[in-house]
Design a protein around this ligand. Structure first.
Ligand SMILES: Nc1ncnc2c1ncn2[C@@H]1O[C@H](COP(=O)(O)OP(=O)(O)OP(=O)(O)O)[C@@H](O)[C@H]1O
Length: 247
């Protein structure tokens, strides 16, 4: 069955590593402007699902359709160009560049990191940098060297660098790890803002944070879906309590 009503349709997705199925016949649909959170015990397959969607890992079977384009046949670069952004756990920003420059180099038609003499700082780039800086709460820090930002601000900057490319699907792996309580709240607000015009998939263990952001939660266990639905329903699911929340 091919479904065209979803931004992302994952169907019967499987990946085996030497016979071990890290993701096992997974079927999941993500709506336009949905914020979905993947939870589950260590080793459940959460990171592997994101690796499969962004093309870092190739599937053994099944399909991943993004706006009805089959992603399993595309390279990582082609997947990025099709509108999928992925943030890994550790921020990978250019520490010696300013916040402004980090955002600027992330603009799809912007200059490369090593600079291009022909690059002109167009109004479109400037406008986009300022809009994204506002979204990620770094307007006051645009001229600051990025190395001087707090850990949380570096995470936001990396989210901003992805936003510069206007992805239609953004995937974030444990975005609040290592953040203060205040930064977690600010990140929840940030994610609630950015999913207003794109879909977002977040992997997260902090259930208080999940409550603040999730439209729906998918609980993975041994590469399969154990439960899926709104947070309150998932939280009271006996199977979920037994294998995950009760620990
Ligand atoms: N490239 C690989 N080769 C072999 N095994 C792998 C590979 N990638 C993942 N795995 C295995 O697949 C399983 C799922 O791992 P994954 O990292 O997706 O889990 P997770 O749910 O993200 O866990 P965590 O919460 O600890 O990050 C684990 O048993 C892991 O060891």
């Amino acid at each position: 069955m091919s479904n065209t009503d979803f931004v992302l349709a994952v169907e019967d997705l499987t990946v085996s590593f030497d016979g071990f199925k890290a993701v096992d016949s997974l079927t999941m649909y993500i709506d336009k402007n949905e914020l979905r959170v993947l939870v589950g015990p260590n080793g459940a397959g959460k990171t592997t699902v994101l690796d499969l969607i962004c093309g870092k890992t190739k599937s053994t079977a099944g399909s991943i359709k993004f706006n009805n384009i089959e992603l399993t046949k595309l390279s990582e670069h082609e997947i990025v160009r099709s509108g999928v952004g992925r943030k890994f756990q550790n921020p990978s920003i250019y520490e010696n560049l300013s916040v402004y420059q980090n955002l600027e180099v992330s603009y799809p038609k912007g200059r490369g990191v090593f600079g291009s003499l022909t690059f002109k700082r167009t109004q479109a780039v400037e406008d986009r940098v300022r809009k994204v800086a506002e979204d990620i709460m770094l307007t006051e820090f645009l001229d600051m060297e990025s190395a001087l930002l707090s850990h949380g601000q570096k995470q936001w900057l990396e989210i901003g660098m992805l936003l510069m490319q206007e992805p239609e699907l953004l995937m974030l792996d444990e975005p609040v790890a290592g953040m203060s309580a205040k930064e977690r709240d600010q990140t929840a607000d940030l994610l609630n803002r950015i999913c207003q015009n794109r879909s977002v998939i977040v992997i997260e263990h902090d259930m208080e944070f999940v409550k603040k952001i999730a439209h729906k939660v998918t609980v993975l266990h041994q590469g399969k879906i154990l439960a899926e639905g709104p947070m309150d329903k998932v939280q009271s699911d006996e199977k979920v309590i037994e294998v995950y929340l009760g620990h």
